[in-house]
Design a protein around this ligand. Structure first.
Ligand SMILES: [Zn+2]
Length: 258
């Protein structure tokens, strides 16, 4: 299937989505052209779901960065907390940058079904994100109690509490799973920004890219719809919104298309 046909399917839900491969390629161009840095001086961390599909569909070119340090747990919430953030912050090259890619994920099959994908070697589709779908099912069945978070299933219970706080919004939406994914994105974005504000970095730049990561069938690959792309100059503390900044001088006037 041609890339434009794949994008048409994904964009019926996420109009700004691009392939994750294109996103990584654009990011590397941005790092080289705009920050004048070698990708090998950028420490990448991600806060995305532990689901094996995210390792399988991870663009190979991301290996030009250092890392990744894995901040995420179920559905991408940054469960490693301040300690995880502090750990990789101390591994970054002095003149380099930190890049954090974060967000929940959701499956869309090539026939347009949301919340599932066809995985390698399987005849039937399976849930994606399985944790978000399970939490949503518990929400819809009124099985989530406020404040109940157990040791045995800490990450899942945390996701349940995130959804519980937006119960009416999610259950009244035309696609409750789509809406639940939006709610989880907002919770991750808020938490990442809290963690970043309390972490010291000994490098030049901090890049934050928040997104919905969209997985598809094994022959479709993955896609990303960027919601935030900020660059913080760590010497001045200045924060720039890069969503509309061209990737390269050549691309000026065309928009970056993150
Ligand atoms: Zn997941």
């Amino acid at each position: 299937m041609k890339k434009r046909d794949k994008l048409a399917i994904i964009r019926s839900y996420y109009p700004q989505a691009i392939s994750t491969i294109d996103s990584v390629n654009q990011l590397i161009d941005f790092v080289e052209w705009q920050l004048d840095l070698d990708p090998g001086h950028v420490m990448m961390a991600d806060s995305i779901c532990s689901d094996d599909v995210n390792s399988i569909q991870y663009p190979a070119r991301a290996s030009e960065f250092l890392g990744p340090f894995k901040l995420g747990g179920l559905d991408g919430f940054p469960f490693t907390g301040l300690t995880g953030m502090g750990a990789f912050a101390s591994h970054v090259p002095d003149e380099g940058a930190v890049f954090i890619y974060y967000g929940p994920h959701i499956g869309i099959t090539k026939d347009g079904s949301i919340g599932e994908i066809n995985r390698v070697g399987q005849h039937k589709n399976s849930a994606c994100c399985g944790a978000a779908k399970a939490a949503l099912a518990r929400l819809a069945n009124h099985q989530i109690q406020e404040g109940v978070v157990t040791d045995l299933d800490y990450q899942m219970n945390t996701l349940e509490q995130i959804l519980f706080r937006q119960k009416e919004r999610i259950l009244s939406a035309s696609s409750p799973l789509y809406e639940a994914t939006e709610v989880i994105y907002e919770a991750i974005d808020e938490r990442i920004n809290q963690l970043v504000a309390q972490t010291k970095y000994n490098c030049r730049y901090l890049l934050l890219m928040g997104a919905i990561l969209i997985n598809s069938d094994s022959d479709m690959g993955s896609f990303t719809e960027t919601r935030r792309f900020d660059c913080i100059d760590l010497a001045s503390g200045e924060r720039q919104n890069l969503m509309t900044v061209p990737v390269t001088p050549k691309a000026a006037g065309q928009g970056a298309g993150w």
